[in-house]
Design a protein around this ligand. Structure first.
Ligand code: P6P
Length: 335
């Protein structure tokens, strides 16, 4: 991937979003303010992640979240940072987080609440103890003032996402975002405190013989997924799996390949959450020329039933997702 950083002008995320806004006549700037708040939260979380062990905030919070998963102290810290940064933005009606049972209503549509923001504050946080890469995943939806319940308002299909992205806290801090006209990649320069544009219009390679799955659960995958893995094992594929969605997805977005989280005995509906993990990733990958399916359905076509709904997910290069789909269709595993 050639990057623009070395030859082009300095372009920050802030100025890039404001420039994008000029393509939307009548844009009020509200959307840019929301992205700016997410950017601010990303910088603050990046700082906390890097100092977590020094400040003794790694490990369990001693509680379980709505998902029934043990909450990490850094999950709570990241969640609070996002709430504090987004809560001040006047155009947000509803915030929803993986860490909170219910959405947070900030204001109604009549009071200017134009958007809803959903996020997984620190995906993969259990790998932090061993210095693993973690990420914040976010999506922005339009608020529908006609819908009374906050959960009903945010339960929109992925096709209606206004923007989606993630912030990956790894050796560097990467900010990936799409607003529906391609995918742009920024990297945090900690010395000037700005996310700088390094790649505009990122495209995923059409094919790459690398798959990413937790093979320990293979015996409990539906047979179509098992059939695909058996085929991949005898067709020159290699395997890479970190166990942190943002890190696995980012590698595939840049290099190509396919990520799979099929249904398992523990998670018969799949483990990943539709609204604030699968859908934002699906928008990014489709905008970069890739594909994202849940069973045989494009992930973004699913009509959500509830906030923390889980789905199976296959995400990646178009040819590689098609190869998985062909095995699911053959074995009738796609559901
Ligand atoms: P497993 C992290 O807990 C997460 O939600 C995703 O980031 C990741 O892709 C998946 O779970 C890993 O799950 O069962 O392989 O540990």
């Amino acid at each position: 991937m050639d990057t623009e950083r070395s030859t082009s002008n300095l372009c920050s995320l802030q100025s890039h979003i404001l420039a994008e806004e000029t393509h939307h006549p009548g844009a009020s700037g509200d959307f840019s303010w929301i992205v700016s708040a997410i950017s601010l939260a990303g910088k603050a979380i990046a700082h906390q992640v890097r100092r977590a062990r020094l400040e003794g905030v790694l490990g369990d919070q001693g509680a379980t979240n709505v998902q029934g998963e043990s909450q990490q102290r850094m999950d709570v810290i990241a969640n609070e940072i996002l709430m504090r940064c987004l809560g001040t933005r006047a155009s947000i009606a509803v915030l929803a987080s993986e860490e909170d049972d219910q959405p947070t209503i900030l204001r109604r549509g009549v009071d200017g609440g134009k958007y809803c923001v959903l996020f997984d504050p620190l995906d993969g946080s259990s790998t932090l103890d061993t210095n693993g890469a973690v990420g914040t995943i976010f999506t922005i939806l339009r608020n529908d003032p006609q819908i009374e319940s906050a959960e009903g308002t945010v339960c929109q299909p992925g096709r209606r996402q206004v923007a989606a992205g993630y912030i990956l806290y790894g050796p560097s801090t990467a900010f990936v975002i799409t607003t529906g006209t391609g995918v742009d990649l920024f990297e945090l320069d900690p010395f000037i405190g700005s996310f700088l544009l390094v790649k505009r219009g990122l495209r995923i390679p059409k094919a790459r013989k690398v798959y990413s799955v937790n093979e320990a659960y293979t015996a409990s995958f539906p047979c179509g997924y098992q059939s695909y893995l058996a085929w991949a094992h005898t067709n020159g594929y290699s395997s890479r799996y970190i166990g942190s969605l943002c890190a696995d997805a980012h590698r595939i977005l840049l290099n190509g390949g396919v990520f799979l989280y099929p249904p398992t005995i523990t998670h018969p509906e799949g483990k990943l959450r539709l609204l604030y993990e699968a859908n934002p990733m699906a928008m990014i990958f489709e905008q970069a020329g890739g594909k994202a399916i849940s069973g045989s359905t494009p992930t973004m076509d699913i009509n959500p039933r509830k906030l923390h709904q889980r789905v199976p997910l296959v995400l990646g290069s178009s040819d590689e997702v098609d190869a998985v789909l062909s095995h699911l269709a053959k074995d009738g595993s796609a559901h």
